[in-house]
Design a protein around this ligand. Structure first.
Ligand code: NAD
Length: 479
């Protein structure tokens, strides 16, 4: 398809002489080559978004909603094709890719509906001759940077609320997954989005484009999803102009299983969410805390389930663990596992990279279970972003809450207990933005997603996600 080779600027598909290759992480095959843009393309795209802002921001919410609704329908109609592209480009098994496309489409539909509900307020004044009116208006041109691990849904989670609010946008996808972003922009184009309202710049070297995003005065807001290190850097670069910034960053999620929980149900939940996307999710449980009374039964069920997981090319039906994104990711996981084993962790399953045969050209690591994990191990502190489950035992409620909160991150946490009072206490005591109580999927287009502390600023999805793209304007009327 012609559009697969292009950036999208001012409603036009743009080619460049410089291109870079996109490879399948399961096979090492080059799938496609895409334009290698630079800061000049970012500037062009920002100019286009700035020129389109006046008419898009003054279009009715109903008109904006209609485009998003059409984009939703197109995405659903193309679900299978998009999911296959996602699996080839990013690696997750096809079933997970289908779920991601649905999740991505949900943002288009939800924000199409919510665009019509940006209500203002009137506020009673202490003065009889005064009236206050509050109105919410779009911020202006938005610059967005998205990661490779959820390359379709992270795009719509930013683009849909920005467009619903009346903002225009320039997006830079991750260099590993530009094809999914191009496919989303193809949908927006076909849905009738006016020229310049949403623009896409692909590049192999993100730094110059990021610099333009952070320093161009026409950009009023930066929204970023990715690592904490890069999020901090971009936030610093955007600070001199006081741009509004939203950051969805790394996580180090605790998964707490109290001894009144059903260990089988908890082990099933933990194995499903830990190995989702091969552990490459910001809400992936990184530290599985199990109360000593049910430790053995938990480990047994958990390990049995993990040992049955088959790694491979996500297009094969029985595969439930895809490849890691690149060789560096395999090395990071190996380093954490070797360090843990050296310091006394017990290996129950996996524990090594997968190589040879079908694994020879991809980046695979065996799904791994470690217990007896302790505070002195790298895996206890660092985000893993890979298929390694680290099990830590605990004795009391106070002890586990303290251990769970002992991190700079604050994105997601999970609690398994049948005790309602304990669940409520834990919900209140854990310093994380998203808490799943006996629930491994506390996410939805309608629910606020985001972290505390070094996991980020702001929220995506829900009313909060729309508010990130709105300015508050107060009118004080003397009558
Ligand atoms: P990353 O920070 O390296 O890359 C993320 C994005 O930032 C990519 O598009 C990349 O090209 C871009 N980038 C990198 N350096 C840049 C620069 N100097 N200027 C501008 N852009 C730059 O992170 P990653 O390895 O791609 O993604 C994994 C991280 O993302 C993990 O830490 C994960 O937890 C986090 N993540 C968070 C969420 C969330 O919602 N909180 C969701 C997905 C991923």
């Amino acid at each position: 398809m012609a559009w697969q080779l292009c950036m999208y600027i001012n409603g036009e598909w743009l080619k460049t002489d410089q291109q870079f290759s996109v490879t399948n992480p399961a096979t090492g095959d080059v799938i496609e080559r895409v334009p290698d843009g630079d800061h000049s393309h970012a500037k062009l795209a920002i100019d286009a978004a700035s020129a389109a802002y006046k008419s898009w921001s003054s279009a009715t919410a109903y008109a904006r909603a209609e485009v998003l609704q059409k984009a939703y329908s197109l995405m659903i109609a193309r679900k299978q094709v998009l999911a296959e592209l996602l699996t080839s480009e990013q690696g997750k098994p096809l079933k997970a890719a289908l779920n991601e496309v649905q999740y991505a489409a949900d943002f288009l539909r939800w924000f199409a509906e919510e665009a019509k509900r940006v209500y203002g307020e009137t506020i009673p004044s202490a003065r009889a001759d005064q009236r206050f009116i509050v109105r919410y208006q779009p911020i202006g041109v938005v610059a967005a940077v998205t990661p490779w691990n959820y390359p379709i849904s992270m795009v719509t989670r930013k683009v849909a609320p920005a467009l619903a609010a009346g903002c225009t946008i320039v997006l830079k996808p991750a260099e590993a997954t530009p094809l999914c972003a191009i496919a989303v922009f193809d949908i927006l184009h076909e849905a009738g989005l006016p020229a310049g309202v949403a623009n896409l710049v692909t590049t192999l070297d993100p730094a110059p484009v990021g610099k333009e995003f952070c320093t161009n005065p026409k950009v009023k807001k930066l929204t970023f999803t990715g690592s904490t290190a890069v999020g901090k850097k971009l936030s610093q670069d955007a600070a001199p102009q006081l741009k509004r910034v939203s950051l969805e960053l790394g996580g180090h999620a605790p998964f707490i299983v109290f001894d009144d929980a059903d260990p089988i149900r908890a082990a099933k939940g933990a194995s499903l969410v830990k190995f989702l996307n091969t552990g490459q999710a910001c809400i992936s449980p990184n530290r599985i805390f199990v109360q000593r009374g049910i430790l053995d039964s938990f480990i047994q069920t958990f390990t049995e389930r993990v040992a049955k997981m088959k790694a491979g090319n996500g297009l094969e039906p029985e595969v439930s663990i895809g490849p890691l994104v690149n060789h560096a990711a395999v090395e990071k996981v190996s380093r954490q596992v070797e360090d843990a084993l050296k310091k006394g962790a017990i290996l129950h399953s996996g524990g090594e990279p997968l190589s040879g045969g079908q694994y020879s050209a991809g980046h695979f690591y065996a799904p791994t279970v470690l217990s007896n994990v302790s505070e002195d191990m790298l895996i206890y502190r660092e985000e893993t972003f890979g298929p390694v489950a680290a099990i830590i035992s605990f004795d009391s409620y106070d002890q586990v809450i303290k251990m769970a909160n002992d991190t700079h991150y604050g994105l997601a946490a999970y609690v398994y207990t049948e005790n309602l009072s304990r669940a409520m206490h834990a919900f209140e005591a854990l310093d994380f933005g998203i808490i799943g109580i006996n629930d491994i999927n506390p996410t939805s287009a309608a629910a606020p997603f985001g972290g505390m502390s070094e996991s980020g600023l702001g929220r995506e999805g829900a009313r909060e996600g729309l508010a990130e793209y709105l300015e508050t304007k107060l009118g004080g009327f003397s009558i």
